[in-house]
Design a protein around this ligand. Structure first.
Ligand code: PLP
Ligand SMILES: N[C@H](C=O)CCC(=O)O
Length: 425
């Protein structure tokens, strides 16, 4: 293929990609876009422009990080300035101190931070840390929670692992899998039974499940997890890779008033650049190398570009507008979708992210989400794309809003939903 041609259609690119990448993509959810993935030429604010010259209103937002929309000028300028000064030092830089200070200021459980390069690395390190700190082996996770693509968590995993029918990945030794016990989300009795009889190092949870659609915690679920883990000296790990700095500056732990022992962050704290972080109390985080004996390292850890982009993003979030606008947008849209769907359905929203499920009355755990009419959801996704709106291609992802989702964007989106949902009987 001649990639110098000024206009190459997504269809041609997709055919080329299928020869180069497994399943045509580099992260599986991208292959779920129907009828085939579109290729993005550029993106600004709430809009993506495709290689087919289509403008799409974006509710995927890079799967969550872009709470300021695409190419926000503050982040863009900060990154441009940083690039002039170099992009990898292999030494510490001031930006990592500044970003860690923002995190420790806003996130209640965070006294110290370790930066890594993805949410996957963050949860992998958090689990190892909980084992190293407690000297125990077992981990409790929840059905449908997704914590990234490493061996400790690919058991009953949500997101693309469920979408593509591999909630248990091949290639994970039984010796590793048997150290992880899976409970249904929102089922505290399962956690209580397990923690009483097993030597549990840590309980890892998405405080709002954002990888099976959106599923909020029941009223006492997080508080009860806190009490049980405290009683049995296990560590409570909140995976706030999605909720961190999305549900407000203090994330889900401020929103719900429950303080975990370890918090994992990612997505928003890198302003759209690769990042992850493990935070917690001084005594726990000090167990990481070089002060402690739980190993973590990384060539790109705390790379200055991600640090600067994250810092610029949080400075903008501190002004409050992004939270006000993104919540208003999600609320209006979720309510409108709720009123437009005429078949049985439920819309689950927490603050500024949400998902709709068709053919079910309630979705309180992964089992409920699996019963929804996924094939109809995919048809809605495809029809919305034709109408210029990009919602996640999979039922098991979330719609996100940003500071760029203003009244005009929301009104256009509602018009598109009206045309599409009129056809769903
Ligand atoms: C809650 C949660 N944890 C962890 C991850 C893994 O993050 P990453 O994709 O940056 O590895 C994700 C998303 O992918 C996530 O949604
Ligand atoms: N649900 C995932 C992260 O939150 C989506 C990102 C991916 O798998 O590419």
């Amino acid at each position: 293929m001649d990639l110098r041609r000024c206009s190459i259609l997504s269809y041609e690119l997709w055919n080329e990609a299928k020869n180069l990448f497994a399943g045509g993509v580099n992260s599986p959810v991208r292959a779920a876009v129907k009828p085939y993935p579109f290729y993005t030429r550029r993106a600004k604010g709430a809009y993506i422009e495709t290689e087919d010259s289509k403008q799409l209103i974006d509710y995927v937002l890079g799967y969550g990080p872009l709470i300021l929309g695409h190419s926000h000028p503050k982040v863009l300028n900060a990154v441009k300035n940083q690039l002039e000064k170099g992009w990898l030092y292999g030494t510490p830089s001031v930006a990592e101190i500044k970003l860690a200070e923002k995190i420790t200021k806003h996130v209640p459980s965070a006294e110290m931070v370790r930066f890594v390069n993805s949410g996957t690395e963050a949860t992998m390190t958090a689990i190892r840390l909980s084992r190293g700190f407690t000297g125990r082996k077992k981990i409790i996770k929840f059905d449908g929670n997704y914590h990234g693509a490493h061996d400790y968590v690919l058991m009953d995993a949500g997101s693309a692992a469920s979408e593509f029918g591999v909630p248990f990945s091949l290639g994970i030794p039984e010796e590793v899998a048997s150290t992880v016990i899976v409970c249904p989300y929102n089922d505290i009795s399962c956690v209580e039974r397990t923690i009483r009889k097993e030597d549990v190092a840590g309980v890892i949870v998405e405080p709002v499940m954002g990888n099976m659609g959106v599923i909020p915690p029941n009223s006492n679920f997080l508080k009860d997890l806190r009490s049980l883990t405290r009683e049995f000296n296990s560590l409570l790990i909140f995976d706030e890779v999605i909720t961190g700095f999305r549900l407000g500056l203090g994330g889900a732990q401020s929103y719900f008033g429950v303080k975990p022992d370890i918090t994992t962050l990612g997505k928003i704290i890198g302003g759209g650049f690769p990042i992850g972080a493990i935070c917690g109390s001084r005594d726990v985080i000090s167990y990481l190398t070089p002060s402690g004996k739980v190993f973590n390292a990384g060539t790109f850890n705390a790379n200055p570009v991600s640090m600067i982009a994250g810092l610029a993003t949080i400075e903008e979030l501190e002004k409050g507008n992004a939270y006000r606008i993104s919540e208003k947008a999600a609320k209006i849209l979720a309510e409108e979708i709720d009123s437009l769907i005429k078949i049985e359905h439920v819309v689950n929203r927490v603050f500024n992210f949400f998902q709709f499920f068709l053919g079910v009355k309630k979705v309180e755990n992964a089992g409920d989400a699996r019963k929804s009419l996924r094939e109809v959801y995919v048809k809605v996704h495809e029809a919305l794309l034709r109408e210029g709106v990009f919602v996640p291609p999979s039922q098991f992802e979330a719609l996100f809003t940003s500071i760029a989702h203003d009244d005009d964007v929301i009104n256009r989106t509602i018009e598109a939903f009206r045309r599409v949902l009129g056809e769903v009987h």
